[in-house]
Design a protein around this ligand. Sequence first.
Ligand code: UT7
Length: 332
Amino acid sequence: MQKIHAAITAVGGYTPDYILTNAELETMMDTNDEWIQTRTGIKERRILKGEGLGSSDMGAEAVKVLLAKKNIDPKEIELVICATATPDMLFPATANIICDKVGMTNAWGYDISAACSGFLFALTTASQFIENGRHKKVLVIGADKMSSIVNYEDRATAIIFGDAAACVLLEPDTDGYGILDTITRTDGSGRTYLHQKAGGSVKPASLETVMNKEHYIYQEGQPVFKFAVKNMADVSAEIMERNNLTSDDIAWLVPHQANKRIITATGERMNLPAEKVMINIDKYGNTTNATIPLCLFEWQERLHKGDNIVLAAFGGGFTWGSIYLKWAYDTV
Ligand code: UT7
């Protein structure tokens, strides 16, 4: 019998309506459009406005788009894995809340926390349940309301992040399509450079942590940049080499959208022309777990059955990795 691979068979996405432009950021802090575009490639990002709305609301919208397009009953979904750095609450899992909001009453689910590599790690995890025959329909969601942990007085981080959610459906394939190889890495010693200082068990929320603004993203941009450039490029080159892929064989690189300069360095290391590299950081900024599926969602009409695709990410933790997959369908 042919080996079972986990194939992406549908994608969905959601971005909030509100557009936070560089021009608006200029009115909020000491920054400018020229600096932001040159250093990051970002022109604007989306922000989820509205009392009581969180990552699950965006995740649920993305899932509804996917299910409607494939005409799938929510009750057919067996497992939901949500990658998020901004869960609705510490518990229960945002995946469970999305299941409730969409009516996926037969699914079980849980969240994965791996910062900006979360979607890649979730996809790797989810693929195991397809490959071992346990499940036939698994949803992997990346959803982040980054604006909920951004300090809009900190120009070094506020300009980077945005809100969005996107998702993919995994189904079994025995014709050689789907996820063919994965590389996943972590290095916990990098945690000091990018993290949220308070709100966990080490430093629970208190008046003091709030006054010290310790519930926001803390990032030392330069060291993170250096690690990201090296490691994202390294794993992308490694996955090409061990699968005997040349740049001609690859149809698309789908990189995590953290900084256009990191993306360009990865593409160059893979020897790929710019037109094979998905970039939408200009419109959405860094949406953490949503960047990679949001690219797939936006590019879906241009993807063809049999396309060799490399996904690559680097994030806080540190976490990083790459996935090689063969696209399983033509969008009609
Ligand atoms: O997705 C998860 C992983 N995260 C990443 O991959 C992010 C990696 N890091 C980066 O993308 C970049 O380090 C940043 C975009 C965060 C910062 O860019 P940079 O080129 O590393 O800038 P920098 O921190 O070295 O700052 C250069 C200068 C500084 O001024 P001085 O000391 O040279 O006078 C900053 O104060 O730019 C200043 N600066 C700004 N100026 C205008 C920092 N932020 C801003 C700003 N507007 N928003």
